[in-house]
Write a protein that binds this ligand. Structure first.
Ligand code: A3P
Length: 302
């Protein structure tokens, strides 16, 4: 009974939250509060031992965040349960009335791990100047789009996506928050030629998580035993993270998990359940045009 009451209250809160407002920085659509505080974000002072986890939204950021935190804590799950992932690793550019990722990062002792969804050209320059290590996670555009659509439906901090058909066009036009998927994944891919960036793929994580976790460990300059790596694979599996209140955003009042859970499906190829045949054709044409100028390639078939 008590549990039901809590759930009803949370739903009520969600419906009363005001819709998200957006604006732009250098042509990239971003949340309005963030745009209004852009100077503060741009002038953020990174430190040489900062680690940055970067991604386009819904590419598997939380998965990488939890893996990194467990590696840093030698696979100690209890230590990783010390706080929600959003507090353990501040979300750099996120600005709310009461919390700002920049303030959280500034208050945090080093070494810090931070998260960003900024496209490469909008990353505060101090990250390049201090030569910080960066892990970038990318996901194929079709699954990324479907995941983003459902996330915008359930998260009041992002604009209402409208119908799937409407969202499909918005996504292709690049007028979604944090900008065009194409520009994001290609921009970061190019940057890795001149900066220490470990560029990972959601699809590779699905195929062989232990191999990708080992890559992350090596990038962080650590050496963990095989059994610790196996433990990290287990603790960061979809089912375990879905049940973990420190990774599943279940206590985030802006998210309505009844509409669509944060830990939604966690699979590859879900786009096949969402795209119409006509949309798939339109998408493939658009994709071919936009990916001619890059060596980057994705697998979209599960
Ligand atoms: P779906 O919506 O397709 O299920 P982000 O953390 O960048 O917001 O990405 C969220 C997406 O990653 C969601 O995709 C979520 O289910 C998926 N995800 C999160 N943790 C995962 C895990 N351990 N294994 C597989 N997918 C995971």
């Amino acid at each position: 009974m008590a549990k039901d009451k809590v759930e009803v209250t949370r739903e009520l809160d969600w419906t009363l939250l005001p819709p998200a407002e957006v604006s732009q920085v250098e042509g990239i659509v971003l949340e309005k509060n963030l745009c209004n505080n852009w100077d503060k974000i741009w002038n953020f002072q990174a430190k040489p031992d900062d680690l940055l986890i970067a991604s386009y939204p819904k590419a598997g950021t939380t998965w990488i965040q939890e893996i990194v935190d467990l590696i840093q804590n030698n696979g100690d799950f209890e230590k990783s349960r010390r706080a929600p992932i959003s507090l353990r690793q501040p979300f750099l550019e996120w600005m709310r009335s009461t919390v700002s990722g920049i303030d959280e990062a500034n208050a945090m002792p080093s070494p810090r791990t931070l998260k960003t969804h900024l496209p490469v050209q909008l990353l505060p320059p101090s990250f390049w100047e201090k030569n910080c290590k960066i892990i970038y996670i990318a996901r194929n555009a079709k699954d990324n789009m479907v995941s983003y659509y459902h996330f915008q439906r359930m998260n009041k901090r992002l604009p209402d996506p409208g119908s799937w058909d409407e969202y499909f066009e918005t996504f292709l036009s690049g007028k979604v928050i944090w900008g065009s998927w194409y520009d994001h994944v290609k921009g970061w891919w190019k940057k890795k030629d001149s900066h220490p960036i470990l560029y990972l793929f959601y699809e590779e994580m699905q195929k062989d998580p232990k191999c990708e976790i080992r890559k992350i460990m090596q990038f962080l300059g650590m050496n963990l035993k095989e059994e610790v790596l196996d433990k990290i694979v287990y603790y960061t599996s979809f089912d375990v993270m879905k049940k973990n209140p420190m990774t599943n955003y279940i206590n985030d009042a802006a998210m309505n998990h009844h509409l669509s859970p944060f830990m939604r499906k966690g699979v590859m190829g879900d786009w096949k359940n969402q795209f119409t045949e006509a949309q798939n054709k339109q998408f493939n044409e658009n994709y071919e045009k936009n990916m001619t100028d890059t060596s980057l390639s994705f697998s979209m078939e599960p």
